[in-house]
Structure formats: C-alpha cells, structure tokens
Design a protein around this ligand. Structure first.
Ligand SMILES: *Cc1c(COP(=O)(O)O)cnc(C)c1O
Length: 427
C-alpha cells in the first residue's frame, strides 16, 4: 500500500524545490520520505497516514508548552476575530516588548520582527551602524539564519549538506565575516589582538543548537564578553533557540553574562512568526525612525502572532516550569544513554533545559571538529528505527532535540523503550 506521505512528497517535489520549504525537513541526510504532518496535540503529531509520533522537533523549539495548547489556540482565535493585521501599532506589541525586557534584563528595548533570520540580520546592521565598523566574528557550526553575511560556513542544514558556504553570497560580503572555532578562547584573544578595533560585533549561540547541542564553556563566553568591552565591539547572543528554552532568562541567565544585544525567536512566537532583537536604549536609538539604521516589516508585531507568543510566555512562567522541563529532558537523555550502554553502542547524550543532544561518539563533543566525528551512519540507522517505533527525532545527526512540558513520564518512558529496541538493531 502506498503511503500518503509518498504521494504528497512526489507532488511536493514537482511544485517546490526538494519538496520542502526549509531544507532539513527533506530527510536528505537520513534518507527516506519525510512525513507530512496533518495535525498535532501535546507531545504528538500525526502524519498523512494518520500515524502518531512522539515529536521531538517541536517546530524546532517553539512548541515548548506542547502542540496546540488550548490557551494558545484560544488567544489566537480571539485575536484573529479582532483583525489579522493593521499596519499600525497595537497595545499587544507594547505588552510584549515590556514582557521581553522584564524577562531578559540585558535588553532595555526590543524591536519585533517575523523570523530569526530577520532579527539576526537586523542586529548585525545595527551593530555595524552603531560602531561604524564592518567586521563581524561568528563561530563555525553556529547558525544565525540565512542573511548573506552570516552564511559563511553556517551550521545546521548547511553542515548536513557539507557546503562550507552558500552559492549566491558575494565574496565581498563574506570578506567582512570572520569564522572562528567555537569554545576556543585563545584563538578569540589572538584574533582581537590583531583586528579588535575593526570588529563591530561578535555573534554567538551561547548554547549552540545548530550543530547538535553544544554548550559554550563559561570561560569562552567570559573571554568574549571581556574582549568586546575592551575593544568597543558589541556582543550579540543569538538566543533564537536557547531563549526561553534552556531557562526563563535564556542562556545569558544560566551563565550570568550580559550581552550587548540579544536575538530572540522560536519560543517567543509560540508557533507563529515572531522574533525580536533588543539591546540598551542607547544602542536601540540608532534604529529608524529615531536613528540612521533602517529596519522595517509589514507584518512585524502581527497581532495574531503576538497573541500566541504572549500566551506562551505566560505559560512558561508557571512556577517550576523550567525545573520540571529540565528534569524531564535530563531523565530522557540519561535513559537513552543507559540504553546505548546496555547495547554496547558508543554513544552519549546531554541536555540543557528543554533541549537535548544525542551523539554517536564515546564522549560528549566540546567543539565543532569533535561533533563532526559522530558516526553519521549509526545515527541514520537509529533515526529510522525510532521513526518506525513512532518517535520523530530531527532528521539529521547535527540537530538538537526539543522536549515540551506535555512530554510526561509515560511519553519519556515510551521513548526510552523505543531507543532500547533501536540500539539493539544497531549491534
Ligand atoms: C532558527 C534559528 C535562527 C533562524 O530563525 P528563523 O526563524 O528560522 O529565520 C537563527 N538563529 C538561531 C540560533 C536559530 O536556531
């Protein structure tokens, strides 16, 4: 019997490049047919054959309170009835800006946009406009969206495809971006000693989630903070993934390091397109209409999207939310690790807050090069065994996983059981 997923994928490939609207969805890395999702609820989604999966993608992070949470759906419905978009300011945007600045105190002001790509791109332009410098430093394996100056050896889908850069990015743009090694404080110091007075901005994922899960060391981030201060460069934490995912105040609250700029997305939209970038009022005043750095958006701060985001932000502030989410995620990572050990498969797992990493290697990787040594073939076999057992992991060895507050004990136990059986097939 032919699967509806196969039929849809066949059709999709005729009307859309690769049959998908974002590359990693295409299963190119793991092989096989992507599942076309028809609906989702709590920790589950269902494909076009009405087969149920425990979902660990969570829309790549936003579904932190579980899919189709009744409070979020209700807020969206009510907002939609009041009108979809106005192109004029709303009270909801004020409340959201206030809430974000309260929860992430390194920001005094924010601007709302519609995607993480747009937020990171705008933050870079602002940093360049404020400092009057062009040079940007990023780190190999970190992904900051697909703006031209950031597609220089980017991670995620790019890693999977093994392309160091994208076609179509002028070399002249790439020349203004330096790519250094993640978690290498010494290299950063040497680089600043050479070019520090030309650096507009250092942008980093403080807990990297686009080369699998890879937390920065505290020394690395502290060195970065000190060097940016010393040389007058702006430090931008890209917390599109880690924000409201690893802790309520993002990775910056875990490390106790305040960046000059913060980039947010994913969770803050609760499944609809909201992202943001923020900084001190002194930095943000350089943005139009106050200052000379231009930035705009027809659907920025969209009322329906803001309603989803604000409701999600309210839900994650329930007492003990992150303690429970972190404990559940850690329990799952440990359980899968134990299952691998029983099966004698070289493997380890790690988690930070509601994010986890599964590594087919004997030790937890500390940098990009170590991450690349993971056994991709073993991951792919594991991925498909899990999929067959009804567990949907990210379809790449180099993506992190996401747990929601609706992944209860029974769901986690079912996942660990599936992993035990999957590892048994790998021996
Ligand atoms: C997802 C992501 C982005 C890009 O966000 P989009 O909404 O997909 O454009 C940027 N930075 C990080 C760290 C991300 O995880």
């Amino acid at each position: 019997m032919t699967s509806n997923n196969d039929i849809l994928f066949e059709r999709a490939q005729r009307s859309t490049p690769g049959g998908v609207n974002s590359p990693v969805r295409a299963f190119r890395s793991v092989g096989g047919t992507p599942r076309f999702i028809s609906r989702a609820a709590g920790p589950y989604f269902w494909d076009a054959d009405d087969r149920r999966y425990i979902d660990y993608i969570g829309s790549w992070g936003p579904a932190i309170v579980g899919h189709a949470h009744p409070a979020v759906v209700k807020a969206v419905q009510e907002a939609a009835e009041r009108g979809l978009s106005f192109g004029a300011p709303t009270e909801g945007e004020v409340l959201m800006a206030e809430e974000l600045c309260r929860l992430v105190p390194s920001m005094e002001q924010v601007r709302l946009v519609s995607s993480g790509t747009e937020a990171a791109m705008s933050a870079l332009r602002l940093a360049r406009g404020v400092t009057g410098r062009d040079l940007v430093i990023k780190f190999e394996g970190c992904y900051h969206g697909h703006a031209d100056s950031l597609l220089v050896k980017a991670g995620s889908g790019m890693l999977t495809f093994g392309n160091p850069t994208s076609a179509g990015v002028p070399e002249d743009f790439a020349r203004h971006t330096m790519v250094l090694d993640y978690n290498d404080a010494q290299q950063l110091e040497e680089t600043f000693a050479r070019v520090g007075d030309r650096v507009a901005c250092v942008i980093v994922e403080p807990v990297a989630g686009n080369m699998n899960l890879l937390p920065a060391t505290p020394e690395f981030l502290q060195t970065m903070r000190d060097l940016c201060t010393k040389y007058g460069a702006l430090l931008a934490f890209d917390e599109v993934m880690s924000g409201f995912r690893v802790a309520l105040g993002g990775a910056q609250s875990l490390y106790g390091i305040a960046p000059d700029m913060t980039v947010l997305g994913k969770v803050i939209g609760g499944g609809l397109p909201v992202a943001a970038f923020g900084a001190s009022a002194a930095v943000m005043k350089h943005l139009a209409p106050l200052g000379g750095v231009y930035q705009a958006g027809t659907l920025s701060g969209n009322p329906v999207a803001v309603a989803a985001g604000m409701t999600t932000l309210k839900l994650v502030q329930a007492p003990g939310f992150y303690e429970a989410l972190s404990a559940q995620t850690a329990r799952m990572a440990a359980g899968i690790g134990d299952a691998a050990r029983e099966a004698g498969v070289p493997f380890c797992a790690n988690s930070v807050g509601g994010m986890f990493g599964l590594y087919f290697t004997a030790d937890v990787p500390r940098n990009y090069a170590e991450m690349m040594k993971c056994d991709k073939a073993a991951f792919n076999a594991f991925f498909h065994a899990m999929l067959d057992a009804g567990v949907y992991l990210a379809p790449s060895a180099f993506e992190a996983g996401f747990v929601s507050a609706q992944h209860d004990d029974a769901v986690i136990d079912a996942t660990i059981d599936a992993a035990r059986q999957a590892f048994a097939t790998l021996r």
